[in-house]
Ligand binder design. Sequence first.
Ligand SMILES: O=C(CO)COP(=O)(O)O
Ligand SMILES: O=C[C@H](O)COP(=O)(O)O
Ligand SMILES: [Zn+2]
Ligand SMILES: [Zn+2]
Length: 315
Amino acid sequence: MGLVTTKEMFEKAFVGGYAIGAFNINNMEIVQGVVAAAKAQNSAVILQVSKSALKYAHPKYLKAMVDAAVEETGLDIALHLDHGPDFETCKECIEVGFTSVMYDGSHLDYEENVATTKAVVEYAHAHGVVVEAELGKLAGVEDDVKVDAANATYTDPDQAVDFVTRTGVDSLAIAIGTSHGAYKFKGEAKLDFDRLETITKKLEAAGFHNFPIVLHGASSVDQRCVAMCNEYGGKIDGAKGIPAEMLRKASSMAVCKINMDTDLRLAMTAAIRKSFGEKPEAFDPRGYLGDARNLIQELVEDKIKNVIGSTDSMK
Ligand SMILES: O=C(CO)COP(=O)(O)O
Ligand SMILES: O=C[C@H](O)COP(=O)(O)O
Ligand SMILES: [Zn+2]
Ligand SMILES: [Zn+2]
């Protein structure tokens, strides 16, 4: 028993018409909240770590916590590098024992993205690790880099086929209208499902059977959490995410991995603000961090059961 890659998870998810949740982890309470939810739902899960999370919590600490989660739960858990900025960071995570890495060259020139993704794939595959890459630009804020909304471009289906063919990548993150952070839409929420369908069909025709697609920026921006933050002194105005029905639809299609971070941040902040607001005399961190852990578990269970549909994927 140990960490697994996403290979089998995605094969089952594609055929089963559901998606696996990929949740960003930054500390112990987040790991425990997410994993308790996965355990309660008997679901496989991906725990992912950004470059800034590596810096905040240290790769070895994160790896040790995730190992403990596997040992305690017996679940299929993949440890994934989210938005790996360069070959070196991918290599470092593979050395620490991550089972999946993302190389994100989506902001680069196409040929440069192809070349570095291919190099990461060669290195990762030689070490039994799978690779996710990204094509197309998501609007919004991404790991400190602001991508101008006007400059955002959706993934080109023919280019997606060329990219997968030339890089040998295991899954592909595409841009169809999602974006990172808590402010995804000014007006009505809209995703380009036709484009997703076209990409899938073209990949299938090119010989990539049931090729797994990844959706970044897929938090729903839970309005109960936003309201709870604001009720207890927060100031979060106009936050809007991807409606649950859209995520359900994407999960039933070729999307096998759905990334969520913002929803966890909002839940954690909401629970802590409420705890501080209601118990001003308390100062035991296990009180408010315990509340945060519980709310994260509740939120993730709801996602698994009612949105992405991965309940009982461990069977
Ligand atoms: O895509 C993400 C991490 O890679 C997270 O997206 P959200 O900001 O919508 O949670
Ligand atoms: O896609 C970005 C993730 O939400 C990670 O964000 P972060 O770099 O602040 O950890
Ligand atoms: Zn990206
Ligand atoms: Zn992302």
